[in-house]
Design a protein around this ligand. Structure first.
Ligand code: SF4
Ligand code: FES
Length: 249
């Protein structure tokens, strides 16, 4: 396959970026999208050019490190799939593909397709943990969790923090990410002690980082590689109002 790439190149956070054209020659349909970019980069390095910067780590859809816009869609055309799990067989010979970094004020571009997502870390630092002592692993069996709640909590905990939800949202809201993190702790008995302070602290941090408000567009859910549902956002809003009404937040 021969793929025509239009890639956002930006040398530094303050540099003026621009699109540049590249050709991925002889791409195999069995390559992952990132392997195709690896080959393009190897050829750039051989020519003495600067390789295209992009993030990746696990390359199996679990770490949340990878992610950029592929022709306007976060993580590309396959639903429920990270960029690292996307394969070239999804494209056709001579396709033209546009690669851009996440576009959001709270995710400044570091270089090319790499953005700074440390705002997510600060939201987690604000409350995405439990500080109560729940004992060792063996004590976990003594804290009974109803199966439906455990399932819901696990579904929310599936969020990998990739940031696609922010990139897809016209408000650049991180409500889906924040609500997934609020939810998985709010649903479990271990998360009850800090339930109110947690949601208020995390939502306040979300706003302070410059993410926008949720207006229920649903774009986040549509592009989330872990298919986190927006019912998490409704739960986060209920948790927030509960904390305000009880004065516990
Ligand atoms: S909610 Fe989905 S899109 Fe958003 S950070 Fe988590 S895994 Fe990524
Ligand atoms: S590299 Fe880990 S999810 Fe893509």
């Amino acid at each position: 396959m021969r793929i025509l790439l239009k890639v956002w190149r930006q040398a530094t956070p303050r540099a003026r970026g621009e699109f540049k054209d590249y050709v991925a020659e002889n791409a195999s349909p069995d390559m992952s999208f990132l392997e195709m970019l690896d080959v393009v980069n190897e050829r750039l390095i051989v020519k003495g050019d600067d390789p295209i910067a992009f993030d990746s780590d696990c390359r199996e859809g679990i770490c949340g490190t990878c992610g950029f816009l592929i022709s306007g869609v976060p993580h590309g055309p396959d639903p429920g799939t990270t960029v690292c799990q996307l394969h070239m067989r999804r494209f056709r010979d001579a396709d033209r593909v546009i690669l851009e970094p996440w576009r959001a004020k709270a995710f400044p571009v570091i270089k090319d397709l790499v953005v700074d997502r440390s705002a997510f870390d600060r939201i987690i630092q604000a409350g995405g943990y439990t500080s109560v002592n729940v004992g060792g692993a063996q004590d976990g069996n003594a804290i009974l969790v109803p199966k439906p709640l455990a399932e819901k909590a696990m579904d929310s905990a599936a969020c990998i923090g990739c940031g696609a939800c922010v990139a897809a949202c016209k408000n650049a809201s991180a409500a889906l990410f924040t609500s997934a993190k609020v939810s998985h702790l709010a649903l479990l008995p271990q998360g009850q002690v800090e339930r109110s302070t947690r949601v208020v602290a995390m939502v306040d941090r979300h706003d302070a980082e410059g993410f926008g408000s949720c207006s229920n567009e649903g774009e986040c859910e549509a592009v989330c590689p872990k298919e986190i549902p927006i019912t998490n956002i409704a739960r986060m809003n209920r948790e927030y109002f509960r904390a305000m009404l009880t004065g516990e937040g």
